[in-house]
Design a protein around this ligand. Structure first.
Ligand SMILES: [Fe+2]
Ligand SMILES: [Fe+2]
Length: 287
């Protein structure tokens, strides 16, 4: 059986070890799509899960937000940090911690990949805000989870994936091309499949799925896919964590399509570098 068929089976089979989405995320995803969701309902939902509530409070008080006063309750976190931010933190954190308990073997720097992904998430949010795009929190999640397929490969197809990495290294080729060649499917497609299986809204899963194929992305999500692709690049340029990639894709066209100048891109890299310690600390709480 070809690996891509096995992968599809792995994702679609409820009895396998692929992490199922934590219940709280399912609830938050469906709640976030309703119109009249109140901060009170969100706070109640989060407070029912003490481990998650505790992490949200620690993240709210982390250096990244630089609050003067301690945020000591979930309703306060929602008021001060924001409703949508708390939603995306809860979703992101639940997925990150669902995977961080799994073992991918010593070849794969899992922490490095998540820090790369956090860099992409924060950059995506910054760009969306700069471009006046309303879905800055949805894109934070797309950015955070964009390379989740690599983690699936590393955990469930450890040996095959080690071969993909060496192929990419020897041939100095982009990782997603080596994956496609050897496994028949690339990590971005796999990320999209898993997010779809988990019922993430299209607006979140399509930009993640298309981060290596922006030109094929449906027009209504193309801009979001461009942002994730560009932020992926920025995170690598700022040397955030480890994306397991040998060759960083050329992004000139992507940058131009977003209307970002070369100088602005350099500034974005510098800004990310300044946030490095704070974002690394973020991961320590999230995992
Ligand atoms: Fe990628
Ligand atoms: Fe990436």
């Amino acid at each position: 059986m070809k690996v891509d068929q096995k992968i599809q089976d792995l994702i679609r089979d409820r009895n396998t070890q692929v992490p199922t989405l934590p219940v709280i995320v399912e609830k938050i995803l469906s709640m976030a799509q309703e119109e009249n969701t109140s901060a009170k309902i969100l706070a109640e939902l989060i407070s029912k899960d003490p481990a998650i509530a505790n992490k949200i409070l620690r993240l709210s008080n982390s250096a990244y937000y630089g609050m003067m006063k301690e945020i000591d309750s979930i309703p306060r976190a929602i008021t001060i940090i924001g409703f949508n931010e708390v939603v995306s933190l809860t979703i992101g954190m639940s997925v990150v911690s669902a995977f961080s308990r799994k073992d991918a073997g010593k070849n794969f720097n899992m922490k490095g990949l998540w820090i790369h992904s956090l860099g992409c998430a924060f950059a995506s949010r910054n760009i969306a805000k700069k471009l006046g795009i309303l879905q800055s929190e949805q894109i934070f999640i797309s950015g955070l989870l964009h390379d989740m397929g690599k983690i699936i490969f590393a955990i469930y197809f450890t040996d095959e994936y080690a071969a993909v990495l060496s192929h990419a290294k020897e041939n100095e080729t982009e990782l997603y091309r080596a994956e496609r060649l050897i496994l028949g499917i690339n990590h971005a497609t796999l990320t999209g499949m898993l997010m779809e299986q988990w019922n993430f809204p299209e607006m979140i899963h399509v930009p993640a799925r298309d981060h290596h194929s922006v030109e094929d992305s449906p027009s209504r999500y193309q801009k979001l896919a461009l942002i994730v692709a560009f932020s992926d690049y920025l995170s690598q340029k700022a040397e955030f964590g480890d994306s397991w990639t040998i060759k960083v894709p050329v992004i000139t066209r992507i940058r131009e399509e977003l209307g970002i100048s070369r100088d602005e891109a350099d500034e974005m890299v510098e800004r990310l570098k300044e946030q490095k310690d704070e974002i690394e600390a973020f991961f320590e709480v999230m995992k």
